[in-house]
Design a protein around this ligand. Structure first.
Ligand code: IMP
Ligand code: MG
Length: 175
């Protein structure tokens, strides 16, 4: 049980919005004229995806996947178990996987393999936060709002034991 965890501000809600406007502009330019499918990874990406899609200046379809809680359900080879998968046919679509935070990278490399086998036109990664200290795979984060070395972050969709998702900013949780 945590007693009085300290929340150290990392990004304010205004800073997050500005970063999202910036990457949404780049994504809109990169995918102009292409069939873009945003696939949000539940639950953490729900707020980020909802803001991101509203700043795109191109049409995009949206779907979600839910990867089962990581650790016991995922092998080191990056095989990921899905509790919920997409409804939309991904064949010939340009997939952008939207994640809250990339840590070891195992979740995303597993999802990348899973979707690659379904014949998309392309597949790239957009993560609100790219945390690289514990990276175990060679996946590349194509679009990000913030890069950090380490630390457990919460807020704006990110949780610690299902808490703090609703905070408008992003904080470093110090226990
Ligand atoms: P990965 O497979 O290790 O990259 O796992 C990424 C997942 O771990 C994210 O989708 C988060 O659910 C969770 N996670 C990793 N680091 C953090 C953090 O700093 N705050 C909140 N969740 C995290
Ligand atoms: Mg997550």
């Amino acid at each position: 049980m945590m007693t009085n965890p300290e929340l150290v501000p990392i990004l304010t809600k205004e800073e997050i919005q500005q970063k999202i406007v910036d990457i949404a502009g780049i994504i809109s330019r990169d995918y102009a004229g292409k069939e873009l499918l945003l696939i949000g990874i539940l639950k953490g990406a729900f707020i980020f995806l909802s803001d991101l899609v509203r700043h795109l200046s191109i049409p995009a379809q949206i779907d979600f996947v839910r990867a089962s809680s990581y650790g016991d359900t995922m092998s080191s080879s990056g095989t990921v178990t899905l509790a919920h998968t997409v409804q939309i046919d991904v064949r010939n679509k340009h997939i952008l996987l939207v994640e809250d935070i990339v840590d070891t990278g195992l979740t995303l490399s597993g999802l990348q393999k899973y979707f690659l086998s379904q014949g998309p036109a392309s597949i790239k990664i957009c993560a609100l936060i790219d945390k690289y200290e514990r990276r175990e795979t060679d996946i590349r984060v194509d679009y990000t709002c913030h890069t950090t070395h380490e630390g457990f972050l919460v807020g704006y969709g990110l949780d610690y034991a299902e808490n703090y998702r609703g905070l408008p900013g992003i904080y470093h949780l110090k226990i």
